[in-house]
Ligand binder design. Sequence first.
Ligand SMILES: [Zn+2]
Length: 79
Amino acid sequence: MFFFFVGSYAPKLSRMMSSPGRCPNCFTPTVYHYKVQHQLSIFFIPIWQTKSKYLWICDRCKWTGFSRPEEQEITDTEL
Ligand SMILES: [Zn+2]
């Protein structure tokens, strides 16, 4: 289909200004708040955008959450 080659539908991520949170998956403080918006473009011109969503995404392991991960006490009782 010709349309398939000229159009694109891709998520657009923009990082919000906020302090990073600690990732519950890989335990590094690399979880940032992102604004996610899907955008339909034809010939690289944005035609239509969805409502923006806000997600917390870990830059290291790609963990994704809807709310800021809680700072968890890391205890050594499991060791
Ligand atoms: Zn992570």
